[in-house]
Write a protein that binds this ligand. Sequence first.
Ligand SMILES: CCCCCCCCCCCCCC(=O)SCCNC(=O)CCNC(=O)[C@H](O)C(C)(C)COP(=O)(O)OP(=O)(O)OC[C@H]1O[C@@H](n2cnc3c(N)ncnc32)[C@H](O)[C@@H]1OP(=O)(O)O
Length: 201
Amino acid sequence: MEERPVDEFDYGRAVYEPLTQSVRQLIDATIRTEVGEDTVAKVQALVDEGARLLSERLVPESFGVQYTRDGRGMPWGNAIIGLRNPIAPPLVIERNRDGSVWCDVELGAAYEGPPGCLHGGISALILDQLLGATAHRPAQPAFTGTLTVRYQRPTRLGRVHGEARVVRHDGVKTYAVGHLENGEGIMVVAEGVFVRPAGRA
Ligand SMILES: CCCCCCCCCCCCCC(=O)SCCNC(=O)CCNC(=O)[C@H](O)C(C)(C)COP(=O)(O)OP(=O)(O)OC[C@H]1O[C@@H](n2cnc3c(N)ncnc32)[C@H](O)[C@@H]1OP(=O)(O)O
């Protein structure tokens, strides 16, 4: 894998993060707008022009995870943490000294399932990433083998706190647990088995 220059991280962040944030606002406004059809048509033309300009140069496929020479990973296309992915809230995962992880994230109209509530697939996506992050060891990627999610109560859209921790290791398998909570309590709990496949370090 080609290593990227050290300053590419900060440069990429400075250039693309504001664009991504603007597109996130666009997604939210697209869902909730009540403007008339003339304005919608005008915005559509602007968006099409933006997509045309950005498409003048594209990486051939998906973004993948690029690394700078000083070892900083850039998983910027990732569906849930991707700094360049407007679909991602994005989740910013913090790590405690004991290896457990947590996040606080604001989830709005783009993540709705039942009216006013978080889509269950989005809850599972967040928990998959959180549990995967606590199970993760540098240079030894662990894939989600099994993820079990129990939805205890509907989670209202808005601010959500998540936590995850490893409960045990068994050879190539790491077992992790986690949950999502908000001001109303614990809403979703998950447990997962993360497997380090032989020969895929
Ligand atoms: C900055 C850089 C980025 C940083 C990011 C960090 C965070 C990353 C967070 C990422 C988060 C997002 C993550 C994602 O989204 S990962 C994407 C979703 N997951 C996948 O696509 C995985 C697809 N499956 C596979 O690749 C393989 O089947 C795996 C890797 C699962 C097994 O592969 P392998 O063929 O090598 O396994 P084995 O047959 O030798 O068995 C070995 C042991 O494992 C046990 N086993 C097998 N399968 C399962 C199973 N399904 N559940 C439970 N256990 C299972 C098996 O019984 C045996 O145990 P034992 O009998 O020995 O006791």
